[in-house]
Write a new protein. Structure first.
Length: 350
């Protein structure tokens, strides 16, 4: 039996490799090696040109806006047309994170000029603010603006797992088909979809890296890439027991974190409503009067201390208010007798 050969092109391995994306290439090499499939790996950097018929599988990793700016012009002007032609001839693609965004129509960053995409996918990305780490003082602040955490996606009856960390959203055009359905996480833009698939080309937010956690997706890309050259022969099965066990643990952890986050949001909403729930009822007519000023509240405190020492309430003078008695001061402020004052200072421990 003739040995099959797979030709892999790794785009910008020195720049677009923020989340250990080299692991995606290593997974392809290892899973092909176990099946006695010969792999030729070509690393393509800035300035390197692509011949469409020379690649069966194209891989690009993720990077932030600064990395995207470094490669955007080269990807668009030097490599874009050849990549589109290769995909049209049946080449498979894995584009992750920032690479996924530049394989769409365009990427609108938080600051600066729009970055052109090469149009492999009918999709585009829009961010809200610049994605520099020092824009955020805390993890909570970052999470409020960004999608950060485990991402679980249903794909062809299976679950894919990865880590997402991106701002803004990626939107699919009418010709695009999402890779899968979001189970936990944000995915493309919070609309329940994740990634995009066009023939054998896959774009996704599944970082971490993606393929070591998802051997089924790795085999999909290998099978598609080989199929374009050798026909649709099935791949020899591999024993993925360890990979499956590790992935199941990670999926269970992601689901627990998702449930905990939802419970935390519920508790936060409850805490915000507690003050309103515990507030004393407003008696008829009380809402029409002016709120007591700081001098009135201060006088009420003096009255309380005087009562505790045995003094009479009527001896307290409310300066600047009508009447001299405590009762008169309350009436002057539109607050019925018998209503208590709330403390102006928080209790200890708050």
């Amino acid at each position: 039996m003739a040995v099959m050969r797979l030709r892999v092109g790794h785009l910008y391995p020195d720049i677009m490799c923020t989340y250990g994306d080299r692991g995606n290439v290593e997974t392809v090499l290892r899973r092909c090696g176990w099946r006695n499939i010969d792999v030729t790996l070509t690393e393509l950097r800035i300035g390197d040109r692509i011949s469409p018929g020379d690649l069966d599988l194209i891989v690009i990793g993720s990077g932030g806006e600064s990395q995207q700016r470094l490669i955007a012009a080269d990807l668009y002007k030097v490599k874009g047309a050849a990549i589109r032609e290769a995909v049209g001839q049946g080449a498979a693609v894995l584009a992750v994170g920032g690479g996924y965004e530049l394989f769409g129509r365009f990427c609108e960053p938080g600051q600066g000029a729009e970055l052109p995409g090469i149009g492999v996918f009918d999709a585009w990305t829009v961010r809200r603010i610049a994605t520099h780490a020092d824009n955020y003082r805390t993890i909570s602040a970052a999470q409020a603006d960004r999608a950060i955490g485990d991402l679980v996606v249903r794909w062809r009856g299976r679950l894919l797992l990865g880590f997402e960390n991106h701002s803004g959203g990626t939107y699919l055009g009418p010709e695009a088909r999402p890779l899968g359905e979001v189970i936990t996480g944000r995915g493309n833009n919070g609309d329940g979809t994740e990634g995009v698939i066009a023939g054998s080309a896959v774009g996704t937010n599944l970082r971490g890296p993606c393929l070591p956690r998802n051997p089924q997706l790795a085999d999909f890309l290998i099978r598609a890439a080989l199929g374009a050259r050798y026909g649709a022969d099935p791949l020899a099965p591999l024993d993925d027991e360890l990979e499956q066990a590790a992935r199941d643990v990670a999926v269970a952890r992601a689901r627990r974190a998702h449930r905990a986050a939802r419970a935390g949001l519920a508790r936060s909403a409850l805490r915000q409503n507690i003050p309103a729930m515990l507030r004393r009822p407003v008696l008829p007519g009380a809402a029409t009067g002016p709120r007591p000023g700081p001098r009135t509240r201060a006088a009420a405190g003096v009255a309380t201390r005087a009562r505790r020492r045995g003094g009479g309430i009527g001896a307290v003078s409310l300066r600047g208010r009508q009447g001299s008695g405590f009762g008169d001061g309350r009436k002057a402020n539109g607050i019925p007798a018998g209503m208590g004052w709330r403390r102006s200072r928080p209790r200890p421990g708050r």
